[in-house]
Ligand binder design. Structure first.
Ligand code: SF4
Length: 246
């Protein structure tokens, strides 16, 4: 009887310690970025991406969004959609003055009008009028091809690849640059590729689009350029930023 009590007590202690150890091993095996994304997701919920009707439409809207607020991007895109049935063929034939009239609510509208027309002309002349074939190419090949268009940089290419083609690239915009640096995923002078590869190293391919959307949402709402609202931040415990606003 005494022996079986001892055994029971040993068994219970062993189970508790073993369970505790397994719990800690699970916690330690989750990357820091996974914890951050889990907390951001609990705080903001699921964020839906903007879905265009075609690869060209997503590319066009992303070019419009360069140096332009979301509100003005939406306005410019709405004007363009009202005026044109957007396709590379249609935009390649549009008058620059008509494009400018639609885009003037955003920044650099003259430059962007010329660029969009040129991009559309290249798509018509060199690729038969659309970019849907990019979905069948290996991601880096598709990316290299996009970077050859004038006015298409890494962020624009990665937005198209991830939003429209579901390729596992994290587009790094100005908000993600700031949030990632504050979270120590890149030093002060870190370039696009450095931040992108550090984030991608810790984020599973199927989570990268949602990670992009959550980090942008966080940069817009709490981790703002000026006076970040650290006192409300759901990832304050994970953040080593030394100038926290608490
Ligand atoms: S604690 Fe402040 S600086 Fe750090 S992620 Fe949150 S809002 Fe940004």
């Amino acid at each position: 009887m005494r022996l079986s009590n001892r055994f029971l007590s040993f068994y219970l202690s062993f189970t508790i310690v073993f369970g505790w150890l397994v719990g800690w091993l699970v916690v330690l095996s989750v990357s820091r970025m996974e914890r951050i994304l889990h907390k951001l997701s609990s705080y903001y919920g699921k964020v839906d991406p903007w879905k265009g009707r075609s690869a060209f439409e997503v590319l066009l809207r992303t070019v419009i969004s360069q140096n332009t607020s979301d509100v003005n991007t939406d306005r410019a895109f709405a004007r363009l959609s009202e005026k044109f049935n957007i396709s590379a063929k249609v935009i390649s034939k549009a008058k620059i003055s008509e494009l400018e009239a639609c885009l003037e609510v955003g920044g650099l509208y003259k430059q962007k009008s010329k660029r969009l027309k040129k991009i559309a002309q290249t798509i018509v002349e060199d690729f038969g009028g659309d970019l849907e074939f990019l979905g069948d190419l290996p991601v880096e090949e598709a990316r290299t091809l996009l970077l050859n268009f004038e006015g298409v940089g890494e962020k624009t290419a990665d937005v198209l690849l991830s939003f429209y083609f579901n390729k596992p690239k994290i587009a790094i915009d100005t908000h993600i640059f700031r949030v990632a640096k504050r979270l120590s995923y890149g030093g002060k002078r870190a370039k696009y590729s450095e931040i992108q590869s550090k984030l991608e190293a810790e984020i599973a391919e199927e989570q990268r689009l949602q990670a992009h959307l959550l980090l942008i949402t966080h940069g817009r709402s709490l981790c703002t350029a000026r006076k970040p609202k650290c006192y409300n931040c759901p990832i304050v415990d994970e953040c080593p930023y030394k100038d926290k606003n608490l």
